[in-house]
Design a protein around this ligand. Sequence first.
Ligand SMILES: OC[C@H]1O[C@H](O[C@H]2O[C@H](CO)[C@@H](O)[C@H](O)[C@H]2O)[C@H](O)[C@@H](O)[C@@H]1O
Length: 591
Amino acid sequence: MAKERLLAQNKKIHFMGEIRETQDVYPCDSKIFCQGEFLDAVQNARIFEESKEFVDMKIKNGLDEEIILAEFGKMQNPSVEEIRSFVASHFDQTGSEFENFEFPLKQNPKFLEKISSPEMREFGENVHKIWPQLGRKVKRDVAENNELYSFIPLNYTTVVPTGHDGRFREMYYWDSYWHIRGLLVSEAYQVVFELLNNFKSLVERFGFIPNGTRKYYTTRSQPPFYSTAVHDFYEHCKANPEATNVINMTCEKILEYFLPSMEAELKWWLQNRKIELENGDFGFAYGCPITVPRPEAYLDDQKVLDEIQDSEERRQKARDITSAAESGWDFSSRWVPPGVYNDELKGKVTSLLETSKVLPVDLNSIILNSAVILENLTKKDEYKALKESLMKTIESYMFDAENSTFKDYWFDCEIKHSDKFFSSDFVPLYFKNYPASIDADSRDKAMMESMKKQGVLDFQFGIPQSLDESDEQWDFPNAWPPSVHMIIMGLAKSGSEECRQEAKIQAEKWVNANRDAFVKFGQMFEKMNVEKGSPGEGGEYIVQTGFGWSNGVVLDFLYEFGEDLQVSASSTKSNISKMLTTSLLMLFFFL
Ligand SMILES: OC[C@H]1O[C@H](O[C@H]2O[C@H](CO)[C@@H](O)[C@H](O)[C@H]2O)[C@H](O)[C@@H](O)[C@@H]1O
């Protein structure tokens, strides 16, 4: 890039600098990783393919924020090449937070014995063996010299979503829930205990669990699965008491040990994300206060925000974008107010989303489940009251009885519900916290019929996020492991036989889709295309491999349905044709 272009950008930076000084809310204080002219200049120099690369780098030993800003300040309108070499001489490559360690991988975990199909068993074993590629131990230096890092220090073993060359090099909040589900199947009890200890420590330090363990994620959370995760560990421990020897704690003690941090986390949601409705009713909404571009997606956000003239509207758009990131569904036509999105608006979702105006059904169901768990554990009236109120909100504001589906509630819009399908509509199936007056099995069955009617159980390779092809990653034709898992397990845990049968059909499709991709590419993918069975696409970054939650979900399905799952005819066919091709090639070679 020529010097002149940078100059023009600098002018804009100064203009925005004035506004920011007084009214903007930043993701963190760091003038390197979260805000300021230096960050703006480096990101706009576009020296990396992705904005996230720079904010994950480490400041070189012997330097600090002050020195870097002073030295950079001396450069007069630096060219792109000058910025590139400045970054190279002042920062270390990404990944400098971790040291080598041996992941405690269990040999021959029990779940493998229960899998009847040899191909599925082999797949399960291969997925189980991926954990060491995702396990990480954080260097002590990250805590001791934390000003050099964007990483938040962690004392315990962690698991990241992507392998060593991937973009997700930190612990993610809601991803960890499915990491835990899979690690339990893999009998990695010590690792599960350590992941939960990281959460406990994050709550103690921040009052809540950030989106991920980077400073630029510390003003937003993610779907709050902490209490559910602790409770799942407890349940799994009861069914597999050998876990107690590994963690040196009884199953009951697990609950007691994590309880104060579970309560503190719920309090944070109550204090920071509660929305009052009429008649004393209330619910929860995602609501990140950030008014500037996300450091890790700086250029993407800047592009959208720069189109907005009015400064308050621009700040609100930034809040809506970061709130969508808090939801875990970044991005999706789900966050565009009801009645607005149509095919002509493809590619424009981030300019249209208004995440702060909606009570998402999945978020409210997750928080309700925390209230249920905490009420059972503590017998406190406050959790009983929270449970009853939230159950009422979900039932009366979000349940569409005519169509047997839950719906997000757009409290701040004229049209309160979208008539489009989103897989989040069916998350209540997973928790089954229906009011006592509801017959749970009939409700489950009616919801399954509703999905059938909407055609979303008919795709060959999974259940899509939505039916709108918006070019965003949390929309059609993509299916994401967390959503697929909650729906299928919700059906599997139903008292209705039809639901349980459907769960097996859907689980078999999903495991086969993942297995086929694994056989073809040697990788597990973060999301899948439900029409083609290929890795999912769309959004801000290229599809990632590794992949923590995909592995967790496949392992959980193999644990739950291992006796029944068979390799699908299509993958057997493709394997046979692959074997034939290989044999022919070998024959040709030897001849
Ligand atoms: O950099 C863009 C966004 O990346 C993350 O979101 C996506 O990956 C996460 C890790 O697997 C996952 O939790 C999330 O649901 C995905 O959409 C990150 O969480 C976002 O905050 C970030 O802006």
